[in-house]
Design a protein around this ligand. Structure first.
Ligand code: 5GP
Length: 195
């Protein structure tokens, strides 16, 4: 893939309910396209475990974050949990585009819809979904990381996110068979990058 400066104003957005296979597909695309670069969000929550400033997130205090909001430093931000802000810095978008790279967002469904509205034609938004709520439930059970109640909560959230997402994304990728979905994701990404 040729690296050209006109690539440096594009954004690709992936959103999905949990269990839809988003991370696997996004990581597959990152392995194929070195010009894709993740946007690192800013947050006012504390780092967890080994998380480092400038790697998983840019970490700020709540006061610093609010000051940056007042200074109009954000493309978008949200108070995701009470007192915990998350947002995309304008400087982050500029940093990635300045390298001629394409920004990739791996973000929740509401965030994906917001970013598409903000970036408009510069953005291509993809909603990845499991073929059905039943399949999603089976996958979450198979993953073995959640309790039965947690699975039911996630399934209910996924069902409402699927309803909310309908018609709001440029493309809906139904992840039935992973190999087919990876190939489909490659095809839509290539199409978007060459236009
Ligand atoms: P966590 O604290 O688990 O890393 O992330 C919590 C939530 O924050 C996730 O649902 C994630 O999608 C959301 N989030 C992460 N970065 C951003 C961002 O830049 N903007 C918005 N609106 N939400 C974000």
């Amino acid at each position: 893939m040729e690296k050209s400066s006109e690539m440096g104003n594009k954004v690709i957005i992936f959103s999905a309910p949990s269990g839809a296979g988003k991370s696997t597909i996004v990581n597959h695309l990152l392995g194929l396209h070195p010009e894709l670069e993740f946007s690192i969000s800013a947050t006012s929550r504390a780092p967890r475990g080994q998380e480092q400033h400038g790697v998983e997130y840019y970490f700020y205090s709540t006061d610093e974050f609010r000051q940056m909001i007042a200074d109009d430093k954000f493309v978008e931000y949200e108070e995701v949990y009470a007192g915990s802000y998350y947002g995309t810095l304008k400087s982050e978008v500029e940093r990635i585009w300045a390298k001629g790279h394409v920004i990739i967002f791996d973000i929740d469904v509401q965030g994906g819809v917001n970013l598409k509205r903000i970036f408009g034609d510069k953005a291509f938004s993809v909603f990845i979904q499991a073929p059905s709520v039943e399949v999603l439930r089976e996958r979450l059970i198979g993953r073995g990381t959640d309790s039965a109640e947690a699975i039911e909560r996630r399934v209910a959230k996924a069902a409402s996110e699927m309803e909310f997402a309908a018609g709001k994304f440029d493309y809906v990728l139904v992840n039935d068979d992973l190999a087919t979905s990876k190939a489909e994701a490659e095809r839509i990404l290539d199409e978007f990058l060459k236009n």
